[in-house]
Design a protein. Structure first.
Length: 242
């Protein structure tokens, strides 16, 4: 779980947040530091310490991108410093910290879920009003970009396609065009929106599929870009099937 993954780090943030609300403390303003100045007159131990901080900081930053809530960076750094000095648990115990983080993350995940669902439903509702867009019984929407009269595949076929996938904000998250080669896969083994949509397509055609989250990656999401409950857009060109 995300919570387990970040527990040690985020518990420190929680400790500082709670303690600052319980009592007033004077906060020192952070001092801006030029990165290269860290290396001035650095010893071997200095350089190794700096390198360790950079490597771990980069890793933590990547992990925190998947955390559903907001992370207040200055409080995070203050709490990390307390923990480094073995003073973090003067504020409260680990069990209290864990409960605080899990409750916060659950609330943030629920908020993110409702936001994603609402944005997707609004997009699809407006999109369905366009005369060139058709909606199937499942909720899949599609429009024909390039018509064709070739045969159509079934779910048991292996298809060869070019495609580009985007989020509803326009961000491209995957593209066989950018890689310079089409892909082949068994049509019955991909997300439901693709399985249904490509069976509507004759060979040689190009369609745009608008896939609600129920027919996409659902509550799981996929990778860093496709969040849980995300509505997806795919431009798909059916080259062949067998």
């Amino acid at each position: 779980m995300i919570m387990r993954r970040f527990l040690l780090i985020i518990m420190l943030l929680s400790a500082v947040s709670v303690s600052m609300s319980a009592k007033s403390t004077k906060k020192t303003q952070p001092v801006a530091v030029e990165p290269k100045s860290l290396l001035e007159a650095a010893t071997a131990a200095d350089s190794a310490s700096i390198a360790m901080g950079l490597l771990n900081g980069k890793q933590f930053a990547e992990w925190l991108k998947t955390f559903p809530g907001e992370i207040v960076s200055d409080k995070f750094v203050d709490a990390f410093t307390l923990a480094f000095k073995n003073r973090a648990w003067e504020l409260f115990d680990e069990q209290t910290a864990q409960a605080y983080v899990e409750q916060y993350a659950q609330a943030a995940q629920e908020q993110m879920k409702q936001k994603q669902i609402a944005e997707g439903e609004e997009f699809l509702a407006q999109n369905a009003k366009r005369p060139e867009v058709r909606t199937t019984e499942s909720g899949l929407q599609y429009e024909v970009l390039i018509p064709a009269d070739g045969p159509k595949p079934t779910a048991s076929n292996k298809v060869k396609v070019h495609y580009e996938g985007r989020l509803i904000d326009g961000k491209v998250f995957d593209s066989s065009y950018q890689r310079g080669e089409p892909i082949e896969f068994e049509l019955g083994r991909v997300i439901a929106g693709w399985t249904e949509g490509l069976q509507l397509m004759p060979v040689g055609s190009k369609y745009r599929l608008y896939i609600p989250y129920q027919l996409g990656y659902g509550e799981r999401g996929a990778g860093a870009d496709i969040k849980p409950y995300a509505t997806l857009i795919f431009d798909v060109e059916l080259l062949d099937f067998k």
